[in-house]
Write a protein that binds this ligand. Structure first.
Ligand SMILES: [Zn+2]
Length: 507
């Protein structure tokens, strides 16, 4: 399919009078930009990628499940077909991302004096190690240090360490859990046999917490965990277990620990070498997550026996189709800078694939000059594309020109109150200093027309506007090309919250 030449771009072009003067010249396009490969991408190809990636057969591409692995395989083999190479120094397109999935713990109990505490009601296991033991308690404050606030010289060898949940400055849930892991490591090093933490935090109600810690949870595998120790959090919201702060209380464990399994999943990474001898050492990173949320109750939203698959056509097959279509155009005629194509796994579980990539980049982040991420919730205005971070990341002119080349406008963050900039994979690299907006289908506000599909079983390939999908992919490819050809690197605008990280990264 040939896309009509938009009028907007014509005015800005230099006409070759030589070409215009030759009436016999063989259909030489008037518009040089229009000969670029992204102008002749095929709608059928975009639709074929979409119908495969968002198919029922891929079962919602849940991280680590077969549909997720098939999607990764598909992306890698499409890269191969296009002549896209693995990342520098790599022999495969796969970057394995080690993850663990915690599963629901089995019933168990803990005896404290005459009280019997039950798993999931009065206590939750937070370590995988099961407990079948009894011992005497030692209270150590927060249990994070040796000084008067912590162990204070107490011998805990062979004892059950009791500590307060959190730390003097841990406020968020993540910080509480991180402090908890640190305490377990320290207690194990000091020869304790188990760790009990007293939960009194007001920020998260105990019921919320038990539900969270008793359900399934997937995390990046920590680099080193140290020795295992039975480790529980107990509800002390009403100070009902204050006796545990007294020395030498007897506590008996009969707990299963939190069972877990290792997951196999990967980022898919390819590269297209730039044409400029110097600039090709700089990379424009194009990214999109390819995972989604799965089937049935895994999706966390209503479903029926007739339709239980969360196809994730918008979220985010649109993004991965964009990557593949851009790969075709940019491979056919590369820009001056090199392009790194990264399809992330684990986004729906907390940006895990991109967080892992940011810690283990396959091209140094100092050479990664820009990240154009695609993540799609849905669209309700097909005359535009939306760019979350448009005014912040220093490439507004290129992003606007790219959309205009395909007859579209650009709108910036339409729902700043949703904090979208910090809720997609772009933030993993933004936090490291890389200017990283998210390119997303046109939407004016998060209304019913988006909510109908967003994380719903209805988000299937039959509901996609394929004419718009093609234009969206074309604009995405063209934007990367324009940024890849820029004489200077895009910069964070002055005063942006990630500006300092950028200065440190590129100094
Ligand atoms: Zn999502």
């Amino acid at each position: 399919m040939r896309f009509p030449i938009p009028f907007g771009i014509l005015g800005s072009l230099l006409f070759s009078t030589a070409v215009l003067a030759q009436p016999t010249a063989k259909v030489k396009p008037k518009n040089p930009a229009n000969t670029l490969p992204e102008f002749s991408l095929s709608r059928a190809e975009a639709e074929a990628h979409m119908r495969f990636l968002a198919s029922d057969e891929l079962q919602g591409r849940r991280t680590g499940d077969p549909g997720n692995l098939v999607a990764a395989r598909y992306l890698a083999e499409q890269f191969r077909l296009l002549g896209v190479k693995p990342a520098p120094g790599q022999s495969t397109y796969f970057q394995m991302v080690p993850m663990q999935r915690y599963l629901a713990p089995s019933p168990g109990f803990v005896l404290v004096g005459r009280d019997t505490l039950r798993q999931g009601t009065q206590f939750v296991s937070v370590s995988p190690t099961k407990g079948e033991l009894a011992g005497q308690t030692v209270y150590v404050g927060y249990g994070l240090a040796d000084g008067p606030e912590g162990y204070n010289g107490r011998d805990v060898k062979g004892k059950i360490v009791v500590a307060q949940v959190g730390s003097p400055d841990a406020a968020s849930g993540g910080a509480l859990l991180a402090a908890s892991q640190q305490k377990r490591k320290l207690a194990a090093e000091k020869g304790a046999i188990a760790l009990v933490e007293l939960y009194t935090q007001a920020s998260y109600p105990w019921q919320f917490l038990t539900r969270y810690l008793s359900g399934e949870q997937t995390v990046l595998t920590p680099p080193s965990e140290g020795p295992g120790l039975p480790h529980i959090w107990v509800d002390n919201g009403k100070n009902q277990l204050s006796s545990l702060k007294d020395a030498d209380q007897t506590v008996t464990f009969r707990t299963s620990g939190r069972p877990r399994t290792d997951l196999q999943t990967m980022n898919v990474v390819g590269m297209i070498e730039g044409t400029d001898p110097a600039l090709k050492n700089e990379f424009v990173l194009m990214s999109a997550h390819y995972d989604h949320v799965g089937v049935g109750k895994q999706g966390g939203q209503p479903y029926t026996p007739a339709d239980s698959i969360f196809n994730g056509a918008r979220d985010n097959a649109i993004g991965t189709v964009g990557l593949l279509m851009a790969a075709r155009a940019l491979k056919a005629q590369p820009p001056k800078r090199s392009v790194l194509l990264v399809a992330y796994t684990g986004e729906e579980l907390g940006l895990l694939g991109s967080k892992y990539y940011a810690e283990h980049p396959l091209v140094p982040l100092g050479q990664t000059i820009f990240n154009l991420n695609v993540d799609a919730a849905g669209y309700n205005d097909t005359s535009v594309v939306s760019v979350i971070g448009l005014d912040r990341t220093g490439a507004k002119a290129e992003l606007e020109a790219a959309a205009k080349a395909f007859g579209m406008g650009v709108v910036g963050d339409p729902s700043p109150e949703q904090g979208l900039f910090d809720r997609s994979d772009n933030v993993s690299l933004a936090a490291k200093g890389v200017p990283a907006p998210t390119f997303t289908p046109g939407f004016r506000k998060f209304d019913e027309s988006l909510a109908r599909y967003y994380h719903q079983v209805a988000d299937g390939p039959d509901t996609i506007d394929y004419g718009y999908l093609l234009k969206f992919c074309q604009a995405y490819a063209h934007a990367a090309r324009l940024i890849g050809n820029r004489p200077s690197r895009p910069q964070w605008i002055a005063g942006d919250k990630y500006e300092a990280a950028g200065k440190a990264l590129y100094k």
